[in-house]
Design a protein around this ligand. Structure first.
Ligand code: UDX
Ligand code: UDX
Length: 440
């Protein structure tokens, strides 16, 4: 491993869970010449990984995976080796939502127990899975007191699709540890990464992760509310966003109005923080309002379509975009899930299309919804088109030929304010955006 002075020292690392975060973590650490074993309990995923095939879509992951396997720096296993002889163990298993919104920690508890049972010599356990503030303290008490395991919180801030870039260019490295020596060892793990380091206690590190996501979702819901206000007062969200985003205290990022946030982290983490705050006796009302605003934003698509089309029963609507954001096939908590079910209940004849996420969506949807093979098949004959995910394919589409194949009243609901409004209006579309002023 090379520290800032240039000494090199390779570490042996075990990563538990090869999901979006775990696989990126394992591949990047191996790429930095650590020796990494990644444990994955799902047999189908494990088989793919051992063949050098990534079960997830992530830019650059296949190359790192193949390189890691070829160099012997990266390997996969169905369970922890016993006894476990590594410097650092990382937990990257999922923490999905329970029905009451709280984070389901059973995978984390299971991984913690397994690690305790396998460990006979000193090691640092760094947890990357997102766990509510106070979880680390409980895990230490329950499993790790009087064991050779030293517990550290080391949250991740990786965006899907850009996870490898984010790994090598983080805005900060957060380390929650009980002693400086342990924190220094975790810092060495990232020896080749130049970033500010925030050293803090375990519970504060856990809180940083949730507070970051809570702030970002609040920013998104805020701009969505402002977009709705723009519609009420006849202002234009495009100019408003520009005007407020240029204030460096506000900043332009995460200020894009649309049909709301989705994905594997924001919705579940917002709910989990709300739930865990309530458990501790604090009613986090701002966060509740943010979550509610996000749900409302999705439902608003149906109201807008009703205003434009009247009764929706029997209307032909093409829904474009299933992935929770472009360039991924991940549909976890994607806005289309709510929107499609509401349209389906209204009796709409639905055709849907996404460049990458169709197969993931199929098991979740009624069988009489048409999965169109391409954009034109989806939109041909449609009374309205709803753009839910801003894939480049949609932004760059030939909207004139799409319009020629559609039926009256040629509605386009641009749920991401991603399309060229004036051009579409010029083509004869009835364009509806999110807070975009209606042109006359
Ligand atoms: C991660 C984090 O860990 C989560 O807390 C954070 O909020 C978002 O990012 P993610 O990588 O998206 O979650 O999880 P997922 O794609 O569900 O992957 C978890 C992997 O761990 C799966 O492949 C699963 O099979 C595996 N797993 C789970 C194990 O190998 N062992 C287990 O005991 C449980
Ligand atoms: C997010 C966080 O950015 C990352 O730091 C964390 O570790 C995991 O969760 P990710 O889920 O990959 O990453 O997606 P992100 O690009 O942040 O977008 C999340 C959602 O917010 C998407 O549905 C996106 O459409 C929506 N969004 C984002 C907006 O609606 N408006 C915006 O301005 C930005």
């Amino acid at each position: 491993m090379r520290d800032k002075q240039g000494d090199t020292q390779q570490m042996n690392i075990i990563v538990v869970g090869a999901g979006y975060v775990g696989l990126t973590t394992a591949c990047c650490l191996a790429n930095s010449k650590h020796r990494v074993t990644c444990v994955e309990t799902n047999k189908a995923k494990l088989k793919l990984l051992e063949q050098g095939l990534s079960p997830i879509r992530e830019n650059g992951i296949n190359r790192l995976l193949k390189q890691g396997l070829a160099s012997d720096g990266l390997s996969f296993a169905p369970s922890l080796p016993k006894p476990l002889q590594v410097d650092i163990a990382m937990i990257t298993v999922g923490t999905p939502s329970l029905p009451n919104g709280a984070a389901a920690l059973s995978y984390v508890y299971y991984a913690a127990q397994e690690l305790r049972n396998a460990t006979e010599q000193d090691l640092i356990l760094a947890i990357k899975s997102t766990v509510p503030p106070g979880t680390g303290a409980r895990l230490i008490k329950r499993y790790f007191e009087n064991t050779p395991i030293t517990y550290v919180s080391n949250p991740e801030f990786l965006r899907e699709g850009q996870a490898i870039w984010d790994w090598y260019h983080p805005s900060r490295i957060v380390i929650g540890a009980e002693d400086k020596q342990t924190a220094d060892k975790i810092r060495q793990l990232y020896f080749d990464i130049d970033a500010p380091v925030v050293l803090t206690d375990i519970t504060s590190a856990e809180t940083i992760k949730y507070a970051s996501n809570a702030f970002l979702v609040t920013k998104i819901s805020f701009i969505n509310e402002i977009a709705n206000l723009c519609e009420a007062v006849d202002a234009n969200i495009d100019g408003v966003t520009k005007g407020i985003g240029l204030d460096p205290r506000i900043g332009p990022d995460f200020l894009h109005a649309g049909l709301g946030y989705g994905g594997s982290c924001f919705p579940k983490d917002a709910r989990a923080l709300d739930s865990s705050a309530l458990n501790k006796g604090y009613d986090f009302r701002l966060l509740k309002a943010t979550i509610e605003a996000n749900t409302r934003q999705r439902i608003m698509a149906i109201h807008k379509l009703k205003q434009a089309l009247g009764d929706l029963a029997g209307k032909e609507i093409a829904l474009l975009g299933l992935a929770f954001k472009p360039d991924t096939d991940d549909i976890r908590e994607a806005p289309f899930l709510d929107i499609i079910h509401l349209l389906y209940e209204e009796g709409v004849k639905l055709r849907i299309y996404d460049p990458k996420a169709m197969e993931n969506a199929r098991p979740l949807l009624p069988t009489d919804i048409t999965f169109a093979p391409d954009l034109h098949s989806a939109t041909t004959g449609a009374n309205a088109v709803v753009l839910v995910t801003e894939w480049q394919e949609f932004i760059q589409a030939d909207w004139q030929s799409i319009k020629e194949q559609m039926q009256e009243p040629y509605v386009i609901l641009d749920g991401r304010n991603a399309l060229a409004q004036n051009k579409l209006i010029g083509l004869g579309f009835r364009y509806i955006g999110i807070g975009r002023r209606v042109q006359t």
